[in-house]
Design a protein around this ligand. Structure first.
Ligand code: AQP
Length: 347
């Protein structure tokens, strides 16, 4: 469905991405998003990282928990090395342009495009879809607004967001076409590395997700060392040893997942991990993976806990980030309204 339109080189390179405060952070969020967000700061491109609270309320959130989770994700951003002096960090609802642009894009996007989204289908599977919130259906249009509000050129995300990114490109192209302009960029998804899709520890065919009812299916960034080691020890695997080559992991999704996690945590490749552990039993590999996971995640958990001791400071960072984000977003939103034909006589 994605429009075959090349990215427009006229746009200044800018990175935007976000995470929903819909629960605690998982290893999937860390490897697929957070770790890469921090790395992107070194590439000399402006980076904007959002806590997407408007997205979180597409399913019911307890208000006190939502506030706590918003601060916790901000703490995870900071603990992962995202520096508020180098990146803009803010929560979505503090910049009203997200909701305003989303409405305009709702009127550009087609309902059928939304019904085709696999995330909507997954989230309503086994439930009465008619009874889900209108926001859940329109979620991808709000995501397009998040991205286009900053004329974002690149979005680092996990594999699960690929279809939403393609939709963002379609919405931008349709807006440009309908109004005869070259106003919104055709944004590139950045889906890179060996952990673009970290799978559940209980089922290698299911994504590791913060809203999975089974806590054993995921590693949370707030888990202590013992819990991490226990979850890895109990992770579902097959009875065979690790193969000599990556080819041998075909049709072994659980084994492949653990190898990918090891590679991503270590900053190597699945090929290198297989070379090191060829022929090893899981009884050998799992404790090594547990040690590596604890070594990499514990400092982040400790830093998160330290940041969480000072919620006022977190709120200050979010407020300052929101003001900086708004300064970029406001002129783009004003121009969008002008293109659409809206009068603004309050200037
Ligand atoms: N398992 C994963 N592997 C790799 N990347 C992942 N991401 C999420 N899960 C994995 C990436 O994390 C970023 C933020 O995701 P999100 O919280 O906004 O929403 P999500 O993708 O829907 O994540 P969850 O954990 O599955 O949340 P719930 O359970 O609330 O729906 C995105 O870049 C995503 O790709």
């Amino acid at each position: 469905m994605s429009a075959p339109v090349a990215a427009n080189p006229a746009f200044t390179p800018r990175i935007f991405s976000g995470i929903q405060p819909s629960g605690g952070m998982t290893l999937g969020n860390y490897l697929g998003a957070l770790k890469r967000f921090a790395e992107k700061q070194d590439e000399g491109i402006e980076t904007i990282y959002c806590v997407v609270d408007l997205h979180a309320i597409t399913v019911w959130q307890d208000p006190e928990k939502l506030r706590h989770q918003t601060r916790e994700i901000t703490a995870a951003y900071l603990a992962s090395g995202i520096d508020p002096a180098r990146s803009i960090i803010f929560n979505q609802s503090q910049v009203t342009g997200h909701a305003e642009l989303a409405w305009i894009l709702n009127c550009v996007a087609r309902i059928g495009w939304m019904y085709r989204m696999t995330q909507f289908k997954d989230k309503t599977a086994g439930k009465n879809a008619e009874n889900s919130s209108l926001g859940l259906l329109a979620y991808p249009s709000l995501m397009a607004a998040d991205i286009l509000l900053y004329h974002t050129t690149q979005v680092p995300v996990g594999e699960d967001q690929k279809q939403h990114l393609e939709l963002t490109r379609d919405i931008a192209a349709k807006f440009n076409h309908d109004y005869g302009v070259d106003f919104f960029p055709i944004t590139e998804p950045l889906i890179e590395g060996s952990a673009t899709r970290v799978m559940s520890l209980r089922d290698g065919t299911k994504k590791m997700s913060k809203s999975d009812p089974s806590d054993a299916s995921r590693i949370n960034l707030t888990d202590d060392a013992d819990t991490i080691a226990k979850k890895i020890r109990k992770a579902t695997t097959d009875p065979n040893p690790l193969p000599e080559t990556l080819e041998g992991l075909k049709d072994r999704p659980e084994a492949r997942n653990l190898v990918n996690i090891y590679a991503a945590l270590e900053g190597s490749t699945p090929e290198a991990v297989i070379r090191e552990f060829a022929g090893a039993q899981f009884g050998t590999f799992k404790p090594r993976l547990a040690d590596l996971a604890v070594a990499k995640l514990s400092p982040i958990t400790e830093a998160m806990n330290r940041y969480m001791q000072d919620p006022a400071e977190i709120d200050r960072i979010l407020g300052e980030g929101a003001a900086r984000a708004d300064a970029i977003a406001s002129p783009i939103l004003a121009k969008t309204k002008e293109i659409v034909g809206m009068i603004n006589s309050r200037r």
